[in-house]
Write a protein that binds this ligand. Structure first.
Ligand SMILES: Cc1ncc(COP(=O)(O)O)c(C=O)c1O
Length: 461
C-alpha cells in the first residue's frame, strides 16, 4: 500500500483530483513529534499559514477618503440638501451595476426589505414566507410590518429555500415570498417564481449577500418584483451600514422611495383638478442613506466587479480542489447559476470522515492552522426567542387568532435548517477569496492536514 508522506506531495495529489480514495484509505498516524510539519498546530505543530496574511478587509482606498472629505467640506450631508448628491449618484451607479432600471438607497439591508414590504402594502394579517436560515434582518423586516413570517425548510446542501416546501406553506393570508440568496448564491428562482405566479404572490429577493450574482443571465434582485441588498460591514460591498432596493416598475419604485422617505413622495400628490394636496402620502419610516455612506460606496464603485470576479475564480478553484473530498460538501448550486457573490464559501462538515470528531473540534484545529472556517449561524431563526415574543403580543393574537398562531408555533420545526446549522464549516469569503492561488492552496492544505491527522482530533475533546 502506498503511503502519502509529505504535505506538498499530498496537495499535488489533491490537486490531481484523487481525494475520493482517501475516504476509504486509512492514513497511518505519523506527525508525532513537535518538529514534524504534519503535526497539527493545535497540538503544537507549525501552522500551515504561519506567516501568510489575508488581503485587508474591508476593502478601502484613497478615493473613499477623498470622497468623505469632499462630503464633509461640501456641507451637503443629507440627500435632501441638494438635487444631485452622492446618494443619488450611488443609486444610478448601483442600478447600472446590477442591471436594474432603478435603485433606491437605504440605511441597511433590513430597512430595504422592510421598505419593500411597506411599499407592497403588506401589513397586519398578512403572511410572508421566507427562510429560517438567514440574518434576523429578513424576519425583522416582516415583523416590523406586523405581518407573520412563515418558514419553509431548506433544500439540503444548497442552504436555500426548498421550493416545494414553500408552496406547502401558502394559505389565504400569504402575500409574498422572500427567497434569501444565501451565502451569495442564487436560490432556485425558476421554481419560486412559478409558485409565486401560480398563487399571485409578490417576490422580494433578499440579495443582501448576493451583489452582482447572476442566475440564467439575470442579476439577482431583478427576478422578483423587488430586490434588496445590504452594504453592512461584513458584506462584499460595504459602507459599514447601508442598503438598496432595486426594481424595474417605476410606480412601485416611487412607492419604495416614499416609504424610505418617511412616507413623503418625490412629487406632491394632486387631486383630479391638478391641485396639489400634499406630498406625505403613505406609511413609511425614515430610512435615508446619508452622504457619508454613499461617499464610501462611490469610492469603491469601479473596483467591485474586479473583486467579484476574483472571488468567483478562487471559489471555482477551491471547488475543483475539493470536489472529490468526502469530508466537506461544498454548497450545491442550482442549474442556471452563472455566478455567485460568495459571502461565504459554504461547506458542510461530514463528521464521519473525520473520525467522528465534533465540528467544534475540527473548526478549532483548522483555525490553529491559520484558516478561519466558521459554523456561521448557530441556530435557525425558528428557534430564537422572538417567536414566543410575538405570540405574547395582543396585536398578533387578535389579528391572526389563537388557532393560526398555535399552528404556526407547531410548524417551527425545520430539520434541514437544523442540519445546515450543525454542519456548516464555511470560509468567510469576502476577504479570503480575494487572496492568491497560494492562499487558496493553503486553505486546502489546512483542511487536508487536519483530515490526515483526524485520529489526533480525539485528543482535543
Ligand atoms: C441574508 C441577509 N438578509 C438581511 C440582512 C440584513 O442586512 P443589514 O445587516 O444591512 O440590515 C443580512 C445582513 O446580515 C443578510 O445577510
Amino acid at each position: 500500500m502506498k503511503h502519502i508522506t509529505g504535505r506538498r506531495d499530498f496537495i499535488r495529489k489533491v490537486s490531481a483530483g484523487t481525494l475520493a480514495y482517501l475516504a476509504a484509505y486509512n492514513i497511518p498516524s505519523f506527525a508525532r513529534t513537535s518538529n514534524d510539519p504534519d503535526k497539527l498546530a493545535i497540538l503544537g505543530g507549525t501552522p500551515v499559514r504561519d506567516k501568510m496574511t489575508w488581503p485587508q478587509w474591508p476593502y478601502r482606498n484613497q478615493k473613499m477618503i477623498d470622497n468623505l472629505s469632499d462630503a464633509t467640506n461640501s456641507g451637503i450631508w443629507s440627500r435632501i440638501d441638494a438635487e444631485k448628491t452622492k446618494v443619488s449618484q450611488w443609486e444610478l451607479d448601483f442600478a447600472t451595476m446590477t442591471g436594474a432600471k432603478y435603485a433606491v438607497a437605504t440605511g441597511s439591508g433590513t430597512q430595504s426589505l422592510n421598505t419593500c414590504l411597506f411599499a407592497l402594502g403588506i401589513g397586519p394579517g398578512d403572511e410572508v414566507i421566507t427562510s429560517p436560515y438567514t440574518d434576523m434582518g429578513t424576519v425583522s423586516a416582516i415583523i416590523t410590518c406586523h405581518a407573520l413570517p412563515v418558514f419553509a425548510d431548506l433544500d439540503p446542501y444548497s442552504y436555500q429555500l426548498n421550493a416545494e416546501d414553500v408552496e406547502s406553506k401558502i394559505n389565504i393570508r400569504t402575500k409574498a415570498i422572500i427567497p434569501v440568496h444565501m451565502l451569495g448564491a442564487p436560490c432556485e428562482m425558476d421554481r419560486i417564481i412559478a409558485i409565486a405566479k401560480k398563487h399571485n404572490l409578490y417576490v422580494v429577493e433578499d440579495a443582501a449577500q448576493a451583489h452582482l450574482a447572476s442566475y440564467k443571465g439575470t442579476k439577482l434582485g431583478n427576478i422578483g418584483n423587488l430586490g434588496c441588498f445590504s452594504f453592512q460591514g461584513s458584506k462584499q460591498v460595504s459602507c459599514g451600514e447601508g442598503g438598496a432596493v432595486i426594481g424595474s416598475d417605476e410606480q412601485l419604485i416611487d412607492k419604495v422611495y416614499s416609504v424610505m422617505n418617511h412616507g413623503t413622495a418625490r412629487t406632491p400628490m394632486v387631486d383630479q383638478h391638478g391641485k396639489i394636496i400634499g406630498d406625505h402620502v403613505r406609511i413609511g419610516p425614515k430610512y435615508r442613506m446619508n452622504e457619508f455612506q454613499a461617499a464610501i460606496l462611490n469610492g469603491q464603485q469601479d473596483t467591485i466587479q474586479q473583486r467579484f470576479d476574483l472571488r468567483n475564480n478562487n471559489a471555482a478553484y477551491l471547488r475543483e480542489q475539493l470536489k472529490d473530498f468526502p469530508g466537506l460538501k461544498v454548497q450545491k448550486m442550482y442549474e442556471g447559476t452563472d455566478s455567485a457573490a460568495y459571502y461565504l464559501f459554504g461547506m458542510s462538515y461530514q463528521k464521519e470522515h473525520f473520525n467522528n470528531a465534533d465540528r467544534s473540534i475540527f473548526l478549532k484545529a483548522i483555525q490553529a492552522e491559520g484558516v478561519g472556517l466558521s459554523g456561521y449561524i448557530s441556530q435557525g431563526l425558528h428557534k430564537e426567542p422572538w417567536t414566543n415574543y410575538i405570540l405574547s403580543l395582543q396585536g398578533y393574537k387578535s389579528i391572526f387568532g389563537k388557532n393560526r398562531l398555535q399552528q404556526w408555533k407547531k410548524d417551527l420545526h425545520k430539520p434541514e435548517c437544523d442540519k445546515a446549522c450543525a454542519h456548516m464549516a464555511g470560509l468567510y469569503a469576502v476577504g479570503t477569496l480575494l487572496g492568491t492561488k497560494e492562499d487558496m492552496d493553503s486553505v486546502v492544505e489546512a483542511i487536508m492536514k487536519v483530515y490526515k491527522n483526524r485520529d489526533q482530533l480525539a485528543k482535543l475533546v
